[in-house]
Write a protein that binds this ligand. Structure first.
Ligand code: PLP
Length: 400
């Protein structure tokens, strides 16, 4: 008899992780990987932040027992997350209208949120931006939702097609779920303004939609508080909504899987009932979250010194990315590139949607060993003072 797996087909490779495999197999010493969404130092290393190192050292020395965590994770962590999202004077927090659970990265938060929403609103459609983080569609589809796009990127202006976005919001059926990038839109780097966020909140309220804010890059645009503009406006709106957040990038803790799902309910009583349901989703998936990453983040956020150190280190990452944005624009101009690349300076977060075509990206790979996503997205946070001239050469060459 044949194997039960005999007819199993090979699944398509993940486009970005597949790029990594190709990069790793490339033997050219000059190769550069601009594909992944990871922050590297000027030395091309993933940093271990000083604040994290200090908290880890203290934790190791305390030699804590490795008991189970509560289903929702560490309370100190969850409280710190809510405060980071909504600010320490938030009325939502003092009213106990929010609930936060520690999740396995931003991805885990999105999936727990999606699974919970599927139970709450089994017939809803999920809308994601066009384009969006490549995992959004698959993740919500795997939770059982149909997923559609709303207009977002405008290739002509390299900004947001805000009229189109608003028009799409205004035609969505009531109780549709709208996934919104809270800041540093991935992949385009194009964000909407505070005034436009106000209009989005109004449209969501008028159409009775459910916002699911994805906050994976808090602190990478202008700062912790500044990057929470969308959250502040939703918090003030009186709406119920969901937030997934992640410390993968802002704490450089990618592999520790530290994220959170926060839900804003109408009252304390409602929040505790919703929490009880979210806990059922967690319990039947992975029971309870791992300890280390959350404990480290909680320790950093609750110590004034470590928190300051972290904010300084985060600012350092933000500033270095901005320097790389300016440098690549200058270096392309210096190489006689005619196209106006000043849009790169306006884009926020780790990425730039360069406008390079799939063919040009392919040429950069084969001729130079410079790897980017076929959509033309490059990770600006992977540029450094040593590789940027070579990358500028490669871009200039394929544009000629
Ligand atoms: N959401 C967006 C928009 C992202 O860009 C990412 C990571 O790249 C995530 C969620 C997932 O974050 P995590 O690695 O913490 O799961």
């Amino acid at each position: 008899s044949s194997s039960i797996f005999a007819a199993v087909e090979m699944a398509p490779r993940d486009p970005i992780l597949g790029l990594n495999e190709a990069f790793n197999a490339d033997t050219r010493t000059t190769k550069v990987n601009l594909g992944v969404g990871v922050y590297f130092t000027d030395e091309g290393k993933i940093p271990l932040l000083g604040a994290v190192k200090a908290a880890e050292k203290a934790r190791l020395e305390a030699a804590p027992a490795r008991g189970y965590q509560p289903i929702e994770g560490l309370a100190a962590y969850n409280n710190a997350v809510a405060t980071l999202l909504f600010g320490k004077d938030s009325a939502l927090i003092t009213n106990n209208q929010t609930l936060t659970i520690e999740a396995l990265g931003g991805t885990g938060a999105l999936k727990v949120g999606a699974d919970y929403l599927k139970r709450l609103l089994p017939n809803a459609t999920v809308y994601i931006s066009d384009p969006s983080w490549e995992n959004h569609r698959a993740l919500f589809e795997s939770a059982g939702f149909p997923v559609s796009n709303y207009a977002y990127y405008d290739a002509a202006t390299r900004g947001v097609n805000f009229e189109g976005m608003l028009a799409d919001l205004r035609t969505m059926p009531a109780q549709s779920i709208v996934v919104l990038h809270a800041c540093c839109h991935n992949p385009t780097g194009a964000d909407i303004t505070a005034d436009q966020w106000k209009q989005v909140v109004t449209a969501i309220k008028e159409r009775n939609l459910i916002a699911f804010l994805d906050m994976a890059y808090q602190g990478f645009a202008d700062g912790i508080k500044e990057d929470a503009v969308a959250l502040d406006l939703f918090a003030a709106s009186g709406l119920q909504f969901l937030v997934s957040s992640s410390f993968s990038k802002s704490f450089s803790l990618y592999g520790e899987r530290v994220g959170a799902l926060t839900i804003v309910a109408a009252s304390k009583d409602e929040a505790s009932r919703v929490l009880s349901q979210v806990k059922r989703v967690v319990r039947t998936n992975y029971s309870n979250p791992p300890t280390h990453g959350g404990a480290v983040v909680a320790a950093v956020l609750s110590s004034p010194e470590l928190r300051q150190q972290w904010e300084d280190e985060l600012a350092g990452m933000r500033v270095r990315i901005r320097e790389m944005r300016s440098a690549i624009v200058e270096k392309l101009a210096a190489r006689g590139v005619k196209q106006d690349f000043s849009f790169v300076l306006k884009q926020r977060g780790m990425f730039s949607y360069t406008g390079l075509t799939a063919e040009q990206v392919e040429r950069m790979k084969t001729e130079f060993g410079v790897y980017a996503v076929s959509t033309g997205r490059i990770c600006v946070a992977a540029l450094n003072t040593k590789n940027i001239d070579y990358v500028a050469d490669a871009i200039a060459a394929v544009l000629k």
